[in-house]
Design a protein. Structure first.
Length: 160
């Protein structure tokens, strides 16, 4: 809030005592340079000091190297605090879940990379349908047995 009040105060002062780019160049003894996106951020001199001597590189202070927006704010920036971690980040259940997910990290990125590099062949929809038709033929001809249950080996069929 204090920063906002200071910013508003600077705007009011700037409006009341607004100076042109030429006056700023005279007061500081530096070139005023504009960098536009339309010029690919190539610097363009807007104003140069006429009456005051131009300062050399050795005479410049770090505060004088600021951008124009920061110059009138005297180098102050708003404080952006880091967002705190959620309350559950240190709980045992959450840590256990994170630990169980750990081996599967980056799998999606790795699979995309392997497909892109051609290490793993793509398995398109038409290829899946062809594979399913071949499997169906193998099941119908009795070459492969149809799996029973849902993959549980300890499940035994009831005798009727």
């Amino acid at each position: 809030m204090k920063f906002l009040v200071n910013k508003i105060h600077k705007i009011i002062i700037f409006k009341n005592f607004a100076e042109t780019h030429q006056q700023l160049a005279e007061r500081k003894g530096l070139h005023v340079v504009e960098m536009k996106a339309s010029r690919q951020y190539f610097p363009e001199v807007i104003a140069s000091p006429i009456l005051t001597p131009l300062k050399s590189e050795e005479d410049l202070l770090p505060i004088e190297r600021l951008k124009l927006d920061d110059f009138y704010g005297e180098g102050r920036y708003p404080l952006f605090k880091e967002k705190p971690p959620p309350f559950y980040s240190k709980l045992a259940g959450h840590l256990d879940a994170e630990w169980r997910k750990w081996p599967f990290r980056n799998q999606e990125k790795v699979s995309i990379r392997l497909l892109a590099d051609g290490v793993v062949p793509r398995w398109t929809r038409t290829q899946r349908h062809e594979w399913a038709k071949r499997q169906q033929e193998l099941f119908e001809n009795g070459i492969l047995q149809i799996p029973k249950g849902i993959g549980l080996s300890h499940v035994v069929d009831k005798k009727e």
